[in-house]
Unconditional design. Structure first.
Length: 389
């Protein structure tokens, strides 16, 4: 009985709205309903609505005293009718356009929720705008997390570096949710039988940065890889949570044209790893802009200290395999099965380093291992380590 009274009051108010079009009025008579079947004809009619019909529904939704029936109608349409891609896309575009004209907090919140359920690119675009300068940042973040697409993930990652206060925690929570969801569908890297027997540990399995610390917002997880994300700056430094002394570190990397990065080893978390620790260059050696570098600046070199052999990187776009063995003062780098560096850093630097600068961390006994972002996109995957001390 109460439902009928509420429905009757709502219907009376809606019918009294002077701009209400007859078709919208007839449709709204069915809402709210107890079963979807009760409103099947009206829901079918909504799938044929014109832009004017939707504009009228949103106008009514924006009037607080008239929100019940329009809200039920919109929610029911999104849940029960907008099934195929064409309908979802059309609905997302309509709601995206209508969102900017809504004043009611309730109305905007409901439309944002509906956009999250529709999940079309138009919805992602509209929700991204809300993230930038709107009181519904948290609602938009949750809606993007519900969509879960690559575009939604990128929108949240970009927003995370530009918001503060309570909104930042809401965006980061949504980002954690979507990353966890993406990880479930990402193949997990596993050690080979030989590596398991030798005692290797997985540092990155394609799904989680749990064993890493530092600027995690500067690195994305995509298709089982860690991807440097320089959109908010250089990408920053991403370090292992644990420290290592003597070890064998194996990983794969993929460069982009002109890319520059570094692998810090035995480094503290603060300071320039090339000096407070040791940096092994990761570089597109063949890029024109690097043709005049010093020899100790090319790929695999101990930056500023000793040069590695060149000529063993895979063609651009292919994955390279690299192993770094640190055993006391001896550092060995193997690139795609070729030894490109095998040196004793104590001996090589006893009369000074190649760049003539102090490297106080060069002989550190232990420290963190990390990727050192220099503003370029580089991908890393299949990361594992063998402790040798």
């Amino acid at each position: 009985m109460l439902r009928k009274i509420i429905s009757g009051i709502s219907l009376f108010l809606i019918l009294s709205a002077p701009a209400l079009r007859a078709q919208v009025s007839e449709t709204l008579k069915a809402f709210p309903y107890q079963k979807a079947a009760d409103a099947a004809p009206q829901l079918a009619a909504m799938s044929k609505w014109t832009a004017s019909d939707w504009k009228e529904l949103l106008r009514l939704l924006d009037i607080d005293s008239l929100k019940l029936s329009p809200a039920y109608a919109l929610d029911a349409y999104v849940n029960n009718v907008a099934k195929d891609p064409a309908q979802r896309s059309a609905a997302a575009k309509t709601l995206s356009k209508g969102l900017t004209g809504l004043n009611s907090f309730f109305a905007r919140n409901l439309v944002i929720q509906c956009l999250g359920r529709l999940g079309d690119d138009a919805a992602v675009s509209a929700l991204t705008k809300v993230l930038r300068s709107d009181r519904h940042v948290g609602d938009a973040a949750r809606a993007l997390a519900a969509i879960g697409s690559d575009k939604a993930l990128k929108a949240l990652e970009k927003a995370a570096s530009g918001v503060s206060g309570p909104a930042k925690s809401e965006v980061e929570a949504a980002l954690a949710h979507i990353r966890k969801s993406v990880a479930k569908n990402t193949p997990s890297f596993a050690l080979s039988k030989q590596e398991r027997k030798a005692g290797f540990e997985v540092l990155f399995d394609g799904r989680s940065l749990d064993r890493w610390t530092g600027n995690k917002s500067g690195y994305l997880l995509q298709d089982g890889a860690i991807v440097v994300n320089p959109s908010g700056g250089s990408g920053g430094n991403l370090y292992t949570a644990d420290q290592y002394g003597n070890f064998e570190f194996r990983f794969e990397f993929q460069l982009t044209p002109g890319a520059n990065n570094g692998l810090g080893i035995r480094s503290p978390l603060k300071g320039d790893a090339a000096y407070v620790g040791m940096e092994l260059q990761i570089l597109d050696n063949d890029a024109e802009k690097y043709k005049t570098l010093q020899t100790y600046q090319y790929h695999g070199s101990v930056y500023g200290v000793v040069a590695a052999k060149r000529g063993f990187l895979k063609p651009m776009g292919e994955w390279n395999r690299q192993t770094v063995i640190a055993n006391g003062d001896r550092i060995k780098v193997i690139l795609n099965d070729e030894v490109i560096l095998d040196t004793n850093v104590r001996e090589i630097s006893k009369n000074g380093t190649a760049d003539k600068r102090p490297h106080p961390g060069l002989l550190n006994a232990r420290g963190h291992i990390g990727f050192l972002g220099h503003g370029d996109v580089v991908k890393f995957r299949n990361i594992r380590i063998l402790k040798m001390d």
